[in-house]
Design a protein around this ligand. Structure first.
Ligand code: VLZ
Length: 138
C-alpha cells in the first residue's frame, strides 16, 4: 500500500536552500529571511487527491492536485512563475515535475517512519529538507 502523507510535519533540517532559491531567482533579502525560518508542512491526502500547505511567518503556499493529472501551477509568493505541473507516485515517492521557464524543476517527497523527506530541484541545484511528524493528541 502507498504511504499516507497526511499530517502535520515540522522542518528539522534544510540543505542547500540558498542555492536552490538563487536558481529560482529569489532576491537576496528574501533569501536571507527565508533561511531563518523553519516552515511547517500540512498535507491532506484523500486517495489520489492532495493538498500541501507550506506555512511560515514569511510566506504561506498551498498546492492542490490529483495524481496523474497535469495542472497549471502559479508559484505566487514564491518565485511567481507559471508551471505545467504533474505529480505521480513512484515506489511510494511523490514525484512532481514542474514544466516551465526553469529547466529540471520539481520535487520529491517520501516517508521513512516519522520522517518526511523533501528534495527540491531547480536547474543544477538540489535542496534537501527533512520534516518530522507532529504527534496528534487523541
Ligand atoms: O513545496 O515547493 O512540499 O508546494 C521557497 C522559495 C520554495 C521562496 C519553497 C522563498 C518551495 C520564499 C516549497 C519564502 C518562503 C515547495 C512543495 C513540496 C509543495
Amino acid at each position: 500500500a502507498p504511504p499516507d502523507f497526511s499530517g502535520t510535519w515540522n522542518m528539522v533540517s534544510n540543505e542547500n536552500f540558498d542555492r536552490y532559491m538563487q536558481s529560482l531567482g529569489i532576491d537576496m533579502i528574501t533569501r536571507n529571511l527565508a533561511k531563518l525560518i523553519k516552515p511547517q508542512k500540512i498535507i491532506e491526502q484523500n486517495g489520489d487527491s492532495f493538498v500541501i500547505r507550506t506555512l511560515s511567518s514569511l510566506r504561506n503556499y498551498r498546492v492542490q492536485f490529483t495524481l496523474g493529472e497535469e495542472f497549471d501551477e502559479d508559484t505566487k509568493g514564491l518565485d511567481n512563475r507559471k508551471c505545467k505541473t504533474l505529480v505521480t507516485l513512484d515506489n511510494g515517492r511523490l514525484v512532481c515535475v514542474q514544466k516551465g521557464e526553469k529547466k529540471n524543476r520539481g520535487w520529491i517527497h517520501w516517508i521513512n517512519g516519522d520522517d518526511l523527506h523533501l528534495e527540491l530541484t531547480c536547474e543544477d541545484q538540489v535542496c534537501k529538507q527533512l520534516y518530522r511528524r507532529v504527534q496528534e493528541n487523541h
